[in-house]
Design a protein around this ligand. Structure first.
Ligand code: HXC
Length: 286
């Protein structure tokens, strides 16, 4: 029995708005991306999540499928976003089994805390490859399907109670590169690249009806990134830096996702939606 809607996403969104839509998500077993996909599935979409860890990805897919009766959620493991061929195979499987791809979430990321002095060339490259090259590979592998989806959604208001949208991509970034952060140089450089990729995509593929945006989560409770930061700085210390005085929730990232993929996001492209309670504006590099 699916959990109540308010557990996944705000009540303001209509049930079924994403009926017949398909979302493809990298890093889909992670805490933020799984919440995004779960909300879309709850609101009618089917989904394909991919990840490196087979068991984690397959189990998460099964779990997400419980968000709505009749939902189809594929979990494809052993997919490394650094390898475009393996991504293309997953995309092909998704299209064959679910009928296409309307939305993409490029969420796979690599992160660890380390000063520049202790970063090997390969350590720096690993994060660049997962975040920047991986996001590029995700775009490259899904683009033909995003273009097809966008071109079939040119006529607005066909289904008044459903999102008449398709051909949309969201890249998951961060805010640390706005000011930089100690021990996160490699990630800052990588996330700046992810932002640039999204903005370029918006310009180059806007004429084909594609929208491309970045969601930049701040300190979000229960995520891997947050746990690492809190371990380093102390949980209360991080919270005092958030003007809204609390951590965000994965549900708040899910709401931002629904906003961008739904009709509410029709004219929003080339943007970064920062969901951080104004935290980065208080951030300093020291
Ligand atoms: C220094 C390190 C290191 C560390 C790994 N390396 N951990 N160097 N300090 N703590 C080095 C290794 O020694 C190696 O270099 C190189 O990095 C590659 O390591 P591998 O383990 O071989 O690579 P791989 O298996 O591909 O793992 C990639 C990874 C790993 C990025 C290193 O951490 C990972 O897979 N992470 C994925 C999950 C993840 O981090 N998710 C969190 C996303 S949260 P040498 O020279 O020895 O070969 C997020 C939030 C951002 O992104 C915002 C936060 C504020």
């Amino acid at each position: 029995m699916p959990l109540p809607k308010q557990d996944y996403v705000s009540d303001i969104w209509k049930d079924g708005i994403f009926e017949n839509k398909v979302v493809f998500c990298t890093g889909g077993a992670g805490s933020i991306c799984s919440a995004q996909v779960r909300a879309l599935v709850h609101l009618g979409a089917n989904a394909c999540i991919v990840g490196r860890n087979v068991e984690k990805t397959e189990n998460m897919a099964k779990d997400i499928a419980t968000a709505r009766q009749g939902a189809k959620v594929l979990g494809i493991g052993a997919i490394d976003v650094r390898n475009v061929e393996s991504l293309q195979n997953a995309v092909e499987q998704c299209v064959q089994e679910l009928g296409g791809i309307d939305y993409v979430i490029a969420g796979a990321a690599g992160n660890f805390l380390a000063p520049i002095s202790q970063l090997s060339t390969n350590a720096f490259k690993s994060v660049m490859d997962i975040d920047v090259l991986g996001s590029y590979n995700t775009l490259k592998a899904t683009l033909p399907h995003l273009i097809t989806s966008a071109s079939s959604h040119k006529n607005p208001h066909i289904h008044p109670s459903r999102a008449n949208t398709g051909g949309r991509i969201i890249f998951i970034s961060a805010t640390i590169h706005y000011t930089t952060m100690p021990l996160q140089t490699h990630v800052s450089v990588a996330k700046a690249g992810v932002d640039a990729l999204s903005h370029s995509t918006a310009i180059e593929f806007g004429p084909r009806g594609i929208t491309s945006n970045v969601i930049a989560p701040g300190p979000i409770a229960g995520t891997e990134g947050m746990e690492r930061l809190a371990r380093k700085e102390g949980s209360d210390q991080v919270k005092t830096r958030v003007p809204l005085g609390r951590y965000g929730t994965v549900k708040e990232i899910a709401d931002a996702t629904v906003f961008l993929f739904g009709d509410t996001g029709n004219f929003v492209s080339g943007q970064t939606l920062v969901v951080d309670g104004a935290a980065w504006r208080t951030q300093s590099a020291n």
